[in-house]
Design a protein around this ligand. Structure first.
Ligand SMILES: Nc1ncnc2c1ncn2[C@@H]1O[C@H](COP(=O)(O)OP(=O)(O)OP(=O)(O)O)[C@@H](O)[C@H]1O
Length: 524
């Protein structure tokens, strides 16, 4: 870190809100953080970036008392501190907002804001007027437009994220640690979060911002620290660096080196069904059948959903949170009951009542909640991946375990999966690497239809580029992909066309080439 940057942001003479020096942490003899320095000024939003497994979560877990450090020092506003637990750090004013939020869905906004510290009347009853008043004041101060009595279950993911941050502020947090706060938010929803962060900065709150989205980092952060292999590779003011420089520092390569560019979409057959049919009949071939087709499908959350995906196509599903995008995948994968309408595979109607049936028919789903839904945490990478493959009733494959293990290793390399130490339980992998294991499971089955729900969330740039290439290649082999993503750049970059989903219905379709801006405009 340069002294000039450090001083300019801290204010001459003022102690930083948080300062770590020489932090060291290892697990089972494996050094994960090695002499890390980090300083956070009051009123600063400071990004911590790095590839999957670089040590970001471990660093912030040392800052908030979740892990105990093996070496180094920590100061809060100039005073040496040691936190034995996140609760102890919370009492000192450090709050961490995880991706899995901690709100109670059945309670109101106000009740969640002041959880277990509700104002009571002299008789010991909840003082609802005082609670609502305090909630209104705090929300107004933070510029959050939420009714204090709305039930949390009704809030969008973005509103829940804002509420979670407001809850930390209500507990007098002076240091906020945010873990991938925009991972599930669209660009419009992220803008609400950025507005809140700017307001908090103005109030002197210091924010640590972990993210894989450098666009977000450059939109809202003051400084960016890059962790690489457990060491602090650089720290710079955002205004004095560039995305290319940060990417190069993350990878430990010179700026502009190969392997950091978004892949170009390879030309695929049949971008549009009509064109395909015309081309087929002109060539004298029988008209081709969609690999996946939905005809007037209705479920508890969907109405009259119809579309077709042809072999070789990647089709995007874009919509705001709660629009029903994931519900469409759920209906196809047997997670939601199809009440009327038809699902057809290669032209034949199918009834899919369970995920097992879907997998048996060659459909695979990468779920949004993949850490919870997709992994056997005590097994290693190879066992997790092979388990998915042998669910396919192909027992002869057991005869070549060594070959299989090699193929898993090749898949892991393709995804840039870092699982240091063979035979390690996936429980101990970083979040992004766990997600790559779930994707490897999907890819190792002989599926022809791949349903992907937010596959890039929590994945570093190299992993993201690898996924885009894999999706492209999977489609080019004559398979079909449905892609749900809140990152419209990803959708625009890899999809042949995009279906717009609104209130459980298909509200329109956009041809390729509209770009992220086109998708956003169509959704508004
Ligand atoms: N409890 C643990 N036991 C053993 N190893 C661990 C543990 N927690 C983390 N690690 C290891 O520490 C390294 C850094 O992991 P960490 O989660 O800090 O990375 P990260 O930068 O946050 O990654 P991601 O972007 O994927 O979330 C990884 O190799 C991980 O496997």
């Amino acid at each position: 870190m340069t002294a000039a940057v450090d001083l300019a942001l801290s204010g001459a003479g003022a102690a930083p809100a948080l300062r770590a020096r020489g932090l060291r942490k290892g697990f089972d003899g494996n050094l994960v953080l090695d002499g890390v320095d980090f300083a956070l000024a009051a009123g600063e939003v400071h990004a911590v970036v790095g590839s999957n497994g670089a040590g970001k979560s471990t660093l912030v877990k040392l800052l908030n008392g979740c892990h105990q450090r093996d070496g180094g020092t920590l100061e809060l506003f100039g005073a040496a501190v040691n936190f034995s637990s996140p609760r102890a750090a919370g009492r000192a004013g450090i709050a961490m907002v995880y991706q899995e939020l901690s709100l109670i869905a059945s309670m109101s906004v106000a009740e969640n804001l002041f959880m277990a510290r509700w104002p009571c009347s002299a008789a010991g009853w909840l003082d609802e007027a005082a609670l609502a008043g305090a909630a209104r004041r705090l929300l107004a101060e933070l510029g959050i437009a939420l009714d204090p009595w709305r039930c949390v279950a009704e809030l969008s993911a973005a509103e829940q994220q804002l509420l979670e941050i407001a809850k930390a502020v209500a507990r007098q947090a002076r240091v906020l640690i945010l873990d991938e706060p925009t991972a599930a938010l669209s660009a419009r929803e992220s803008a609400l979060l950025f507005a809140l962060l700017r307001r908090l900065k103005g109030q002197g709150v210091a924010v640590v911002y972990i993210s894989h989205s450098l666009g977000d980092v450059f939109a809202v952060c003051d400084r960016v620290s890059v962790l690489r292999d457990g060491r602090m590779a650089s720290c710079a003011a955002v205004a004095a660096t560039s995305i290319a420089t940060v990417l190069a520092e993350m990878a430990g390569r010179p700026p502009g080196a190969a392997g950091q560019q978004r892949p170009q979409r390879a030309p695929r057959p049949a971008a549009a069904p009509v064109a395909a049919a015309a081309a087929d009949s002109a060539a004298g071939a029988a008209p081709r059948t969609p690999l996946l087709e939905l005809r007037n499908v209705a479920t508890a959350a969907l109405a009259d959903v119809s579309f077709a995906v042809y072999p070789g196509q990647v089709v995007g599903l874009a919509g705001l949170l709660g629009s029903g995008r994931s519900q469409i995948l759920a209906a196809i994968f047997g997670l939601a009951r199809v009440e009327s309408g038809q699902v057809l595979l290669a032209g034949a109607p199918v009834t899919i009542g369970t995920p097992r049936q879907a997998i048996g028919l060659g459909i695979v789903l990468l779920p949004e909640q993949r850490r919870r839904q997709g992994l056997a945490l005590e097994l290693d990478v190879a066992d997790n991946v092979l388990m998915a493959r042998h669910g396919q009733a192909r027992p002869w494959r057991w005869l070549v375990p060594e070959q299989e293990r090699r193929s898993v290793a090749a898949l892991a390399r393709r995804l840039g999966l870092r699982a240091d130490g063979a035979g390690r339980a996936v429980r101990y992998l970083s979040g992004g690497n766990q997600q790559k294991v779930v994707l490897a499971k999907c890819l190792s089955t002989p599926a022809r239809v791949m349903l992907l729900d937010e596959p890039m969330a929590g994945i570093d740039l190299q992993g993201k580029l690898a996924i885009l290439r894999i999706v492209d290649q999977f489609a080019a082999e004559g398979n079909a992909v449905l892609l749900v993503s809140s990152d419209y750049d990803d959708i625009a970059g890899v999809c042949d066309h995009t279906l717009l989903v609104r209130r459980g219905r298909i509200a329109g379709q956009l041809a390729a080439g509209q770009g992220a801006a086109g998708i956003l405009a169509a959704l508004q």
